[in-house]
Design a protein around this ligand. Sequence first.
Ligand code: MN
Length: 301
Amino acid sequence: MLEKELVFDAAHLTHVGQLREVNQDAATVDMGIYAVADGMGGHAAGEVAAAMAVESLGAVIRMAGVEDLINAVKAANRAITERAEKEPELKGMGTTIVAMASYVDRDVQYLGLVNVGDSRGYRFADGTLSQLTDDHSLVAGLVRDGLLRPDQAEQHPQKNVITRALGIDPNVEVDRWVLTPVAGERYLLCSDGLFNEVSDASIIEVLSTFAFPEDAVAELVDRANAGGGRDNITVLVLDVLDPDVDDREARAAEALANPPAAVAEAAGTPASAPKVDDDTPATRLRRLLGRKKGNPSDGAK
Ligand code: MN
């Protein structure tokens, strides 16, 4: 028997952004599957592809190894490809997918991570943000080959061109990682609408300050919109917790008492209307730090 199984707490949020008319991203935190998909294709096609990818992952009933995630992604790829062939209005649809799920193998707990496309998975631990996934994009390939500097990639006119997606190649190659979860660390899954608008430093600040996943994702989406919101934005934060030790209320209260200067300053950026329906330290922090100016009716307490 595994002595102590770590538990997970996750939240996700998706937003259309400031320029697009439809949101073609999708995400899930249901049934122990954590996934973000960024669909592409004309009309409603991208939405269909992203929803199909996320749904296929939800069909993983028993997670026994990272192979189960890989097989679900490959099944999604086949389903999207076949449907695009049958339905002319969906021709050319595709989607990225980045997904995680936990499993226990011979008394050891693991987190499987899979990726296709240019959505990303990060680990945040001890104040350090590490990108785990490789972007399957034209510019990331040029950077890896030494033909482009990372700062040039950020400005590149073709930075949205991806080199791998579901719905394009019937034999899609799926990147995979097997991670060992540690209590206290957080994972971030997101579409490019987040990291193209929000700097790593800003992401680190949010993940350090907002103790609860639902507050962290709301703040990250607000910052992406404040940064321009030129694409759909999808953010998923997954916390790894010791079931006997949850100090997040205390950390939220501490952040409320001593907000980092930069976070307090960021509270001045436009924010979407909040729903403040309770008065936990986390929601007070959110109201104080992120929501005050954007919503005068709620900020007057
Ligand atoms: Mn996108």
